[in-house]
Design a protein around this ligand. Structure first.
Ligand SMILES: NC(=O)c1ccc[n+]([C@@H]2O[C@H](COP(=O)([O-])OP(=O)(O)OC[C@H]3O[C@@H](n4cnc5c(N)ncnc54)[C@H](O)[C@@H]3O)[C@@H](O)[C@H]2O)c1
Length: 273
């Protein structure tokens, strides 16, 4: 499939931060897998990350020409500047924007700090609407554009782990729906993938290599892969989803379809209650 031939995409948070899967050299996170997938389908991809080397590593592996840009999502001016760089790279066009960047804390209500709350808000929500706002004028002028926001089931169901993560991931879906409803008549679409347990480099770094244990609480009995996330994102970003907007696509191996909710994984032990 070459659904993005001639199109330009921007992935915010397109590096990857953590160890690679056994037997693989390239650490794979959701943002990196999304960039690789969009390029494999023909898009020219701009990869933004606060760590330029991680963004460059992604770009080195793209099948099409790409550009790595340094952007700290917590900095409003950098969010807008990165979109401008993406538009310049695309000679004025930017067809797809994927807001993937996200950070998770481990602070339930009792110990939720202001500092953690504000950083989570800045990175998980504010950077997303600022990025969308910066891309808006060009997209509405051209009469087309697709946003995909990378969300979490923690924004729909409580994971009982992090208040700031759950609240910002819920707010992110509000941003997604606002863009969809407000600009549908100008040719824009806006959707989200809502992820369950994904075997990303970040999760490997934060929770170790116990993917089997994490997957055991999933109806499909395994974690998802960043490549599976990328497949869902590519669908929503493509014309195959031409009549789909304002939607959250759950990519969770069936967790949200099951009741009762799965027990808390052992990696959660020791977190303040
Ligand atoms: N992995 C999972 O199980 C899972 C589950 C639910 C949701 N998600 C969501 O998926 C998204 C990506 O997570 P991931 O686990 O694949 O990580 P990832 O490895 O794809 O992304 C991490 C990247 O984000 C970059 N980054 C971090 N802070 C940044 C900032 N302030 N500005 C710019 N770049 C920054 C890092 O440098 C790193 O390259 C997040 O939005 C996360 O909430 C992941």
């Amino acid at each position: 499939m070459r659904r993005f031939e001639g199109r330009v995409a921007y992935v915010l948070g397109g590096g990857s931060d953590g160890p690679a899967r056994p037997g693989e050299a390239l650490p794979m996170g959701n943002g990196r897998a999304i960039a690789l997938r969009l390029a494999a389908e023909g898009a020219h991809v701009v990869v933004g990350d606060k760590d330029l080397d991680r963004a460059r590593l992604t770009v080195e592996h793209l099948q099409t020409p790409g550009l790595a840009v340094a952007v700290d999502a917590a900095d409003p001016e950098q969010c807008a500047a990165a979109v401008a760089q993406a538009e310049e790279f695309g000679d004025g066009r930017l067809d797809v924007v994927v807001c993937n960047v996200g950070i998770s804390g481990r602070q339930p209500l009792k110990v939720q700090s202001l500092e953690d709350w504000e950083l989570a808000d800045a990175v998980n929500v504010r950077s997303h609407w600022l990025t969308a706002q910066a891309a808006l004028e060009g997209m509405t002028c051209r009469g087309r554009g697709a946003f995909v926001f990378v969300g979490s089931t923690a924004g729909v169901f409580s994971s009982r782990r992090s208040l700031s993560y759950e609240a910002t991931k819920a707010a992110q879906l509000g941003v997604m729906r606002h863009v969809a409803a407000r600009y549908a008549d100008r040719g824009l679409r806006s959707n989200a993938v809502v992820l369950g347990n994904i075997d990303s480099a970040l999760v490997r770094r934060e929770f170790g290599d116990a993917g089997g244990a994490r997957g055991s609480v999933v109806p499909m009995c395994r974690e998802g892969t960043p490549e599976e996330v990328a497949g869902a994102v590519a669908f929503l970003a493509s014309d195959d989803a031409g009549y789909v907007t304002g939607q959250s696509l759950l990519v969770d191996g069936g967790v949200s379809a099951a009741w009762p909710s799965p027990p808390r994984p052992s990696s959660e032990e020791g977190i303040a209650r």
